[in-house]
Design a protein around this ligand. Structure first.
Ligand SMILES: NC(=O)c1ccc[n+]([C@@H]2O[C@H](COP(=O)([O-])OP(=O)(O)OC[C@H]3O[C@@H](n4cnc5c(N)ncnc54)[C@H](OP(=O)(O)O)[C@@H]3O)[C@@H](O)[C@H]2O)c1
Length: 273
């Protein structure tokens, strides 16, 4: 579906480059149909991207988006208004906009562009870099099934994709899967530290931690069993695990994690406002 589409990425930074890489590696879009842009004062960065991926890059968004089918907005939220006002007069309803900017609603983008432009909001996360991303898509007012399918194809190249239709849930999505890798890294760091404290070499402790978390995640995903049942299967009466669990409960791990999601969701709402 995407092979003959022309795709422009406004903002080839960390996330923009991840998407670019995913589309190229998976042969989703032909290289000659892919373009990217960087900030005007960053000509060198644009040249670097062009050399690295063999695509045409720009520092002028207006020039780049002309004739493109899909325009991906991968700039920081605070740049959004300026970038949209730059392209507003040449964008048309035939072009699909996909925005990955946090805390930026489809309504905001639609209103800035003032032309019933189809807009999809996407929230990917950083493991997309190794094709293990989690992206949630939310369609705007002028989106049809074809648009959604094209976005699923793009983000499906870098991990799993879900579509939701209630945009107010994008704040909790941001807090959970968008910010989630940061919480996971803290857990990995702490379990590793625990292993080191008890005498394991650091590298070994890190390997045991990461493979254990990866395996446990896959067990939940692949067996479909409730995590509580899987936990019970590891927990022998009067055994080792139950003592470890008691310490986690004493440290308030569940409440801490639940509160982290609530607090980050509130922050996302606050920034959106
Ligand atoms: N990182 C994450 O975990 C994550 C997850 C989900 C969503 N997001 C969203 O993804 C977006 C990008 O985040 P990021 O982490 O990739 O940021 P980033 O690395 O700073 O990338 C932003 C890019 O935008 C470019 N840029 C700035 N002004 C521009 C303009 N006027 N025209 C064209 N390009 C311009 C910058 O170019 P130069 O580098 O040349 O200055 C930079 O490459 C944000 O809105 C963020 O909310 C990020």
């Amino acid at each position: 579906m995407l092979t003959n589409k022309k795709v422009a990425i406004i903002g080839v930074g960390k996330m923009g480059e991840t998407l670019l890489n995913g589309m190229i590696k998976n042969n989703l879009v032909k290289k000659e149909n892919l373009t990217g842009s960087n900030a005007q004062e960053e000509l060198e960065h644009a040249q670097e991207i062009s050399k690295k991926y063999g695509i045409k890059t720009y520092i002028n968004n207006k020039e780049m988006i002309s004739g493109k089918d899909i325009i991906i907005l991968a700039i920081k939220p605070q740049m959004m208004k300026k970038v949209l006002s730059d392209i507003e007069d040449i964008i048309s309803q035939k072009q699909l906009i996909i925005s990955i900017a946090a805390a930026t609603s489809t309504q905001f983008i639609e209103e800035c562009l003032e032309k019933n432009i189809p807009v999809i909001r996407a929230m990917p996360n950083t493991p997309a870099l190794i094709n293990e991303g989690m992206t949630v898509l939310c369609p705007g007012k002028y989106i049809d099934e074809n648009h959604i399918q094209m976005a699923i194809d793009i983000f499906g190249a870098i991990g799993l994709v879900e579509v939701i239709h209630r945009e107010e849930l994008m704040d909790v999505v941001t807090a959970l899967s968008g910010s989630g890798p940061a919480y996971a890294y803290i857990i990995i760091e702490s379990l590793t530290e625990g292993g080191v404290r008890m005498g394991l070499p650091r590298e070994l402790a890190k390997k045991l931690t990461t493979q254990t978390l990866l395996g446990a995640s896959k067990m939940v995903l692949e067996t479909g069993m409730h995590p509580a049942l899987l936990k019970d299967a590891v927990t022998t009466p009067a055994g080792v695990t139950v003592d470890g669990l008691m310490e986690l409960e004493d440290g308030g791990i569940r409440v801490a994690l639940i509160k982290a999601i609530s607090r980050a969701t509130e922050k996302s709402k606050e920034i959106s406002r």
